[in-house]
Design a protein around this ligand. Structure first.
Ligand code: FAD
Length: 375
């Protein structure tokens, strides 16, 4: 049995890696366990809100090294072609998860974190100590951060409420070459879903859409679904038809749940999507994942310095902070996504925001945070 890193992190996406970087920068001994080897693509819109930049810089992550696209404009179209545009209040950048996750992983290794590429199969808490099992080994620690994403075998182990329910959403993502304004992130609506388009490094276009399973299952394959449903929005049709796929076939994921989750479960502090996934149309799940890692890391440091006296107090403080920062944003995300399933609402909203772009800007502000401050 391997014993006692100060902190064990399950999952090495953005939340897990940011947590590992923060805690190791402050001198804690961190082990992170990730099931998939880096470098790998992920289903994601790959547009990141600038709210996260000051924190990434503090962590020693200079994203400009990765030559991202710099994004300052937003466009929204309804299925009938009505289009609204606005400047993004904070702006953002486009970088593939293939590149970004690997960059953070390498920095975590440089910081002295131990990264184990294995699947975590079990986690339990007894006598104030966690025991974490992978397919190969057993580890223990006083702190576990759950950063294993929106859906995992660990949710089943913990019998979390949302995991028993079927979720009606799936997502499809591909990289393409072609022409697309690299200062723009576009969101195009179609029946039962919406599609994000923006540019990442090397002028690659990322096209990623969320679709409801009920509509999707009526078609034999992705090509037929796109032709019959997605292309009803002529903007999308034109983007797809003028772009060339880079991947052999698009990546897909299903069973995406936007249900409420608890930020602490079985004493594990949940960060990133493991604590709650915001609708991708809000474009800031990644920023929230990284931000939640910062909140958890700061409290864990207080726990180890003795400022927070017990694990129970740590859990209470984390729950409170997490809710303060994210509950409202998640709620508004759910509300907006639900409203956009109504064609008439979408059309009226697009017409209104096309003539009054400040309204669109106001809506965006509701789902975004301010630039993250560092204490
Ligand atoms: C269709 C779609 C489009 C999106 N577009 C955007 C966007 O444009 N902008 C934005 O900001 N956000 C977007 N998001 C949200 C964003 O992708 C997530 O919020 C973000 O990836 C969360 O990071 P994370 O670290 O919490 O989870 P993840 O990045 O999913 O990382 C979790 C990690 O845990 C690992 N793992 C899981 N189980 C285990 C286990 N048992 N043992 C070990 N490792 C395990 C996984 O392999 C994975 O690497 C989108 C989401 C979707 C679904």
């Amino acid at each position: 049995m391997r014993v006692n890193p100060d902190v064990l992190i399950i999952g090495g996406g953005l939340a897990g890696l940011a947590g590992a970087l923060h805690l190791s920068k402050k001198g804690l001994n961190v082990t992170l366990i990730e099931k998939s080897p880096y470098l790998r693509h992920k289903v994601c819109g790959e547009y990141i809100s600038n709210e996260i930049l000051p924190y990434l810089q503090w962590l020693g992550i200079n994203v400009s090294e990765l030559q991202p696209s710099y994004i300052s404009n937003f466009e929204f179209s309804a299925e009938n072609g009505k289009t609204a545009r606005t400047k993004l209040p904070l702006g953002g950048f486009g970088i593939s998860r293939y590149t970004l996750d690997n960059f953070l992983y390498e920095k975590a290794l440089e910081n002295g974190c131990t990264v184990i590429i294995e699947n975590v199969t079990n986690v339990s808490f007894d006598d104030n100590i966690f025991t974490v099992k992978t397919s190969q080994q057993v580890l223990t620690s006083r702190i576990v951060l759950g950063a294993y994403g929106k859906r995992s075998n660990i949710d089943q182990v913990l019998a979390r409420n949302f995991i028993a329910k079927k979720s009606p959403w799936l997502a499809v993502k591909g990289h393409y070459t072609g022409e697309f304004d690299n200062s723009l992130v576009a969101l195009h609506n179609f029946q039962g879903g919406y599609c994000g388009v923006s540019v990442v490094e090397k002028n690659i276009i990322n096209i990623c859409y969320l679709a409801d399973y009920e509509t999707f299952k009526k078609y034999k394959n992705i090509d037929d679904y796109q032709k019959e449903v997605v292309f009803k929005n002529k903007k999308l049709r034109s983007i797809f038809e003028s772009s060339t796929p880079v991947f052999e076939k698009p990546l897909t994921i299903s069973q995406i749940s936007f249900d409420k989750k608890s930020p602490v479960e079985n004493h594990i502090l949940m960060i990133g999507d493991t604590a709650g996934l915001i609708h991708p149309m809000c474009g800031n799940g990644m920023a929230m994942a990284i931000h939640s890692a910062k909140i958890a890391a700061e409290l864990v440091l207080d726990f180890y310095s003795g400022k927070i006296e017990s694990h129970i107090l740590l859990e209470k403080k984390y729950t409170k902070e997490w809710k303060k920062h994210f509950s409202r944003r998640l709620f508004i995300g759910r509300l907006l996504a639900n409203a956009l399933t109504y064609k008439t609402f979408t059309s009226i909203m697009t017409t209104a925001t096309a003539s009054m772009p400040f309204l669109l800007s106001k809506i965006i502000r509701q789902t975004h945070g301010s630039p993250i401050t560092i204490n």
